[in-house]
Write a protein that binds this ligand. Sequence first.
Ligand SMILES: [Fe+2]
Ligand SMILES: [Fe+2]
Length: 334
Amino acid sequence: MNAIAKSIDSDRFDRCVSASKSRDFETREQVLLHDRYDQCISASKRVRWDIDNDVIRGRRFDRSQKYLPDGLSLVQEFATLSEDEKRFVSQIQGLTYANMFGLVERFINAKVLEIGRDHWFGDQVALEALVRFSDEELKHQELFRRINQMVGETLPAGYCFDVDPNAVAEVVLSKSTWAVLALTLDIELFTQLHYRQSIDPDAALSELFKDVFLYHWKEESQHAILDELEWKRHDARLTIDERDKAVEEFIELVAAVDRILQAQAASDARYFAATCGRVVDEKEADAIEVGFLKAYRWQYVHSGAAHPKFGKVLSSLITKAQGQRIGAALATLQ
Ligand SMILES: [Fe+2]
Ligand SMILES: [Fe+2]
């Protein structure tokens, strides 16, 4: 009896293996998709870095240097400030940069873990690519906590970033996956532009902050590829009405990000005025707040939305009218 039972089990096992193989790779497109996930794993292994040994390397931040490059801090917009004050603005923005990434990487990681579930019993290579993505985002959150503390130690007391990453994640994750993945691709593409800005020749720019941009970019590059794959995979399941609602939710998410940026620009302008060592009148304070907001909108919304890759993927998924709605919403954030 045992031999018969074993033989039946063996037959069933063979059928399962055969069914599994055909299920995994039914079409040429599935094979190509599998390869793209596989390439992300290879890239993840190749560029893997360590916070202390590769990025920080025992270094400290130095107040005589800029923390963010001019192309991100937009210091030329702060027309009334001296060169030393402009450098201070770049340092305040460096602290906000670490806080903002600590914030967005919380909801990105939660979403990656959630969509990873779709691959539990499917392509295990896709699952591994997303597990590595999640692991890297947890490391990035730790990196930005460390940078936050290190930058904070160099600046005067009084800086405030009063936004709870978990509360923001809850709001973001209440929207559709399509909308969250759209925002995520925007974010992960703008880290590439931020890195490019940081490699422009500028002897006054902090070498340590340059390495933060460099190492973050190295792992974000494959995240952006995975965002695209997952966004398209998810999009293929939606009805026309569901996609239309998702477009609206993406616009709502961008507006929610902008409300955070507006509050932080006001907070950072107040902090600058209180700690710059001279009197800043109301008119100048308003102009400084406008400068912070313009820089933050550039850093956290427009630099990703204007990325050619973002436009290409987005326009492949939506109608012209939906694209115009998104364009009109972004145009209000100037
Ligand atoms: Fe990251
Ligand atoms: Fe990422």
